[in-house]
Design a protein around this ligand. Structure first.
Ligand SMILES: Cc1cc2nc3c(=O)[nH]c(=O)nc-3n(C[C@H](O)[C@H](O)[C@H](O)COP(=O)(O)O)c2cc1C
Length: 183
C-alpha cells in the first residue's frame, strides 16, 4: 500500500514533520509512505496550471498513484498553514488527484487544543467539489502540548499518544480498504 503524507510545516525542527516520520517508520510493515517537500511548490497560479512546473506535476502524480493521503499539520491562526492550502489548491485542479482518496488527518501543536480548529477547517476544504477527498469519519487525532511528547532526539515517547495513533491508524486502514473494495 502506498501513502503520501502532506505536512503543513516546513520548518527544520517541525514536530509535525517528526510525527509524519514516526508514522512512516512505525507502520512500515503496512504501507510505504513518502513525504513530498511542499516548500518546493510555487504559489498556485491559474495562468500556469495547464503547464505546471515539475514540482507540481510530481506531487500530483504521487497523490494519484497513492492508495491514501495522510495530512499532518499544525494550526496557524485558527486555520491551516498557507503552505498546505497552497498544495491543496494545486491538487484541486485539472486532474483532481485527491478525488475519492481515503484521507486521515493528524495534527500537533504546542497549544492545548491540538489543532482542533485547523482540522475542522481542513475537513471543510477537503469536502469542496474540486478536492472531494474521503476523510476518515469519527476519528480526530489531536496532539496538544507536543513539546512534552517528543524527546530531545525527536522521537515520540508519549505512550498515550502512540496508543491513540495505533487506534486511529487501524480505523484508517480499514476505511481505506473498504473504499478500495467499493471501486
Ligand atoms: C504563524 C503561527 C500561527 C500559529 N497559530 C496557532 C493557532 O492558531 N493555534 C495553535 O494551537 N497554535 C498556533 N501556533 C503554534 C504552532 O501550532 C506551533 O508552533 C507548532 O509547533 C508548529 O508546528 P511545527 O512544530 O510542526 O512547525 C502558531 C504558530 C505560528 C508560527
Amino acid at each position: 500500500m502506498k501513502i503520501v503524507a502532506l505536512v503543513g510545516s516546513i520548518r527544520h525542527a517541525s514536530y509535525n514533520q517528526k510525527l509524519a516520520e514516526f508514522v512512516q517508520k512505525r507502520y512500515s510493515d503496512q504501507f510505504d509512505m513518502t513525504i513530498p517537500a511542499l516548500r518546493e511548490l510555487p504559489f498556485y497560479d491559474q495562468d500556469i496550471e495547464l503547464e505546471a512546473p515539475q514540482t507540481v506535476t510530481a506531487l500530483k502524480k504521487a497523490v494519484m498513484q497513492a492508495d491514501g493521503v495522510i495530512f499532518v499539520t499544525p494550526e496557524y491562526n485558527h486555520s491551516i498553514p498557507g503552505v498546505l492550502e497552497n498544495a491543496i489548491d494545486w491538487l484541486s485542479r485539472v486532474e483532481h488527484p485527491l478525488k475519492g482518496k481515503p484521507v486521515m488527518i493528524l495534527g500537533a501543536t504546542m497549544g492545548p487544543l491540538g489543532t482542533v480548529r485547523a482540522q475542522g477547517t481542513l475537513r471543510q476544504i477537503l469536502d469542496s467539489p474540486g478536492v472531494a477527498a474521503r476523510v476518515l469519519p469519527g476519528n480526530e487525532y489531536l496532539m496538544g502540548a507536543v513539546q512534552n511528547k517528543f524527546d530531545n532526539a525527536g522521537q515520540l515517547t508519549d505512550q498515550a499518544s502512540i496508543d491513540w495513533l495505533d487506534h486511529c491508524m487501524k480505523n484508517y486502514l480499514s476505511f481505506a480498504q473498504a473504499l478500495a473494495t467499493e471501486k
